[in-house]
Design a protein around this ligand. Structure first.
Ligand code: SF4
Length: 356
């Protein structure tokens, strides 16, 4: 008969965390109190993005907006600009709205419980749990992708994602430490990020190797179970980089709502799966001798991949910007909140214009 599998214990995870915790710019050192503002900004930035990518953005963001009041009173273009490159721009808009709500309705202090936090813009179940646990040491549950992986492996949860989420929450709630809930939440995230990795988890170093059912069965990498992924069809479109004789480039701000809302783009037409590239010049914002770049700019959004064909052209000094567009002087382009996809199109177009 097989030996019974022991139950995982929070104490084993915390002992591991005390030795191996990561030092992160937003994380309090042992014995220090966490700053709710820094914890909240980091959690919003870290959604869908890696720690390595977030660190420089976080440092710059804190230098510009050191307090929730500073963020609340900043103009929205400055906030979008500080966010440009991180993607998921609706988060930046919600971040700003949330800072305003904290400053004006809560006297500059974040609510210290999940239910209070959830009343704020852009704070969903995950962020409320993470901020309540990490910043206020509340016994709250914050389940991100790392935690999902650890827990589904630990208990060999066969349900497919996302259907398994309630069960994962339940397991975390039953496991968490009521003495050190903030450290427990961070320890679980660290374990998922550094030991229980998607490929080749380092089970030999794991504080839960004894009770881990997936390790015992040798099936670690098959968790979490996932249904086959449906990705959207590739969409196609055009992007026009029009440079005036004085170096200014034609740009426009996208509508506030929708994909990349409020961000800045070089003009182009609609993106469609059946976009007819032969007719692309109909979408040109101004007339010019357009040069079509051989290599398209590719980008993958959450729901569809995009392929943008870039056209570059020089226009005379007297060219008027069409309605809703503007010429931005060359040396101020870096202040515009271009998301990555348009930054790539702009750079490709400018490079083409350097050619004779
Ligand atoms: S034993 Fe391995 S699979 Fe199980 S939780 Fe630890 S690292 Fe993950």
């Amino acid at each position: 008969m097989d030996a019974p599998v022991p139950q995982p214990r929070a104490a084993d995870l915390l002992a591991w965390y005390d030795r191996h915790r990561r030092v992160l710019p937003w994380r309090a050192l042992p014995g220090e109190r966490a700053d709710p503002y820094r914890v909240w900004v980091s959690e919003i930035m870290l959604q869908q993005t890696t720690i390595a990518a977030v660190k420089p953005y976080f440092e710059r963001f804190m230098a510009r907006f050191p307090t929730v009041e500073a963020l609340a009173s900043a103009p929205s273009e400055k906030v979008m600009q500080a966010w440009a490159g991180l993607g998921y721009y609706s988060r930046a808009r919600n971040l700003h709205a949330c800072a305003k709500a904290v400053a004006s309705e809560h006297g500059g202090r974040f609510p210290d419980r999940e239910d209070g936090l959830r009343t704020l813009p852009g704070i969903g179940a995950y962020t409320a749990g993470a901020v309540a646990a990490i910043a206020f040491d509340r016994p709250a549950v914050a389940v991100d992708g790392n935690v999902e992986r650890v827990i589904t492996r630990l208990f060999a949860i066969e349900d497919e994602m996302p259907g398994a989420k309630p069960l994962i929450r339940e397991r975390v709630l039953a496991l968490l430490s009521h003495d050190r809930p903030g450290d427990f939440a961070q320890a679980l995230m660290d374990l998922g990020a550094t030991i229980c990795t998607p490929r080749s988890p380092a089970c030999g170093l794991c504080p839960w190797r004894e009770p881990c059912r997936a390790r015992i069965a040798g099936t670690q990498e098959s968790f979490p179970r996932k249904a086959a992924r449906k990705t959207g069809k590739t969409r196609y479109g055009a992007a026009f980089v029009a440079m005036r004789e004085d170096g200014a480039v034609l740009v426009r701000t996208r509508p506030a709502k929708g994909l990349l809302g409020g961000m800045v783009e070089v003009p182009g037409g609609e993106w469609r799966a059946d976009y007819a590239l032969g007719d692309a010049l109909r979408d040109a914002p101004v007339s010019a001798r357009w040069r079509r770049l051989m290599l398209p700019v590719r980008h993958v959004f959450t729901h569809f991949p995009l392929e943008l064909t870039v056209f570059a052209g020089r226009v005379p000094l007297e060219t008027q910007a069409p309605d809703g567009m503007r010429f931005t002087p060359f040396n101020r382009l870096k202040e515009e909140a271009f998301p990555n996809v348009f930054l790539k199109a702009l750079e490709a177009g400018l490079e083409e214009l350097q050619q004779p």
